[in-house]
Design a protein around this ligand. Structure first.
Ligand code: 80F
Length: 312
């Protein structure tokens, strides 16, 4: 499998290491043939990025002609570019795309999925929601049931901040810790204002509930107004404040919500995320890490493994 890697930051570096350490024992021959970042293109593979030439992701696609494009570049929520055009071009040539970048799918889900279907090309996006904790790929196993409602904690950074504040830390100190651990987006505003959770809810809602919404259809707010005293006040009533994402019927919403100890979301702390899926058959809850370079890289890696074995 010849790979073009787009983006080489926290997640890209963790992924390169994971592929080298884990693919061979699974019988997978995964070779990185080029890396493209904001700085330009590196042909070949080495741990340290050394620019071979200037160029865009599309230039790199033409240069490398890979079997698989992996997008671990930062999110551009204005246009989804350059990733959106790259996917459309790669998929049109039958080249598989696996992404951890939410922006293109949160903006133009239907177009990208239709392009993949039209050309019979693989499109994997487990890492866009809950990183390496199965969410999208879990939903693949629930096909045949009708998903009526999804509800969850979908952003690691904000849940980490809320948990650390519950332990007495100030907001900015908690945010700095989340950034140091590699949980936060390149622009952490996207985490704290609820945008990242809204993007994930958009992708989940389209995939699980057969809808066609964009992030603009999600009513979202973040944790900017949270104070230590508000957290203390909730605590006195045995409640916790959580940034909860819900889709049900035609509504999708992300908001700071007080949850009680009977709620499964109450017990989900730190960088841990959870997804509660209600179908016409059963309720399924999955809980696990939602962010972190290693975890996000595993989301991508699990798509590579499943695709290579023809399992999705
Ligand atoms: P980082 O900023 O470290 O690296 C970004 C890379 O993209 C850089 O190499 C940069 O040069 C490149 N890049 C940016 N613009 C480019 C362009 N126009 N052309 C080519 N290259 C370009 O970012 P990360 O942390 O490595 O993240 C990479 C992607 O994974 C982003 O899209 C993230 O949204 C996504 N991701 C990251 C996660 C994480 O934990 C988790 C899952 C997905 O729940 C939360 O708290 C979430 N903030 C984490 S979700 N790091």
């Amino acid at each position: 499998l010849r790979v073009l890697l787009v983006g080489y930051g926290n997640v890209g570096k963790a992924l390169r290491k994971m592929v080298r350490e884990r693919a061979p024992s699974l019988g997978l021959n995964v070779r990185i043939e080029g890396i493209v970042t904001r700085r330009g293109i590196m042909l070949g593979d080495s741990e340290e990025f050394r620019k071979t030439k200037d160029g865009t992701p599309i230039d790199a696609l033409n240069e490398v002609s890979p079997d698989l494009v992996i997008d671990v570049s930062s999110a551009n929520y204005e246009t989804g570019e350059p990733s959106f055009s790259l996917y459309m071009e790669a998929l049109s040539r039958g080249i598989a795309v696996i992404t951890a970048n939410k922006a293109p799918l949160a903006l133009k889900y239907a177009e990208i999925v239709a392009q993949a279907k039209k050309h019979g090309a693989f499109l994997g996006f487990q890492a866009t929601v809950m990183s390496g904790t199965p969410s999208i790929n879990l939903l693949r196993l629930l096909r045949g049931s009708t998903i009526l409602k999804i509800r969850g904690i979908l952003n690691g950074t904000t849940n980490y901040i809320l948990t650390r504040m519950d332990q007495g830390l100030e907001y900015f100190q908690a945010l700095r810790e989340a950034q140091e651990k590699g949980y936060a987006e390149a622009n952490p505003e996207h985490d704290v204002n609820g945008f990242d959770a809204a993007a994930k809810l958009t992708i989940l809602t389209n995939f699980a509930m057969g809808r066609n919404i964009s992030i603009r259809d999600v009513d979202f707010s973040g944790i900017a107004n949270v104070t230590l005293s508000r957290i203390e006040e909730a605590k006195r009533r045995s409640r916790k404040l959580k940034l909860v994402a819900v889709s049900e019927g035609k509504t999708s919403k992300v908001s700071l919500t007080e949850v009680s100890p009977e709620d499964p979301l109450y017990h989900v702390d730190g960088v841990i995320n959870t997804l509660d899926i209600h179908s016409d058959i059963q309720e399924v809850v999955i809980t696990g890490p939602g962010a972190g370079p290693q975890n996000a890289a595993f989301g991508v890696f699990s798509d590579i493994v499943l695709m290579s074995n023809g399992l999705i």
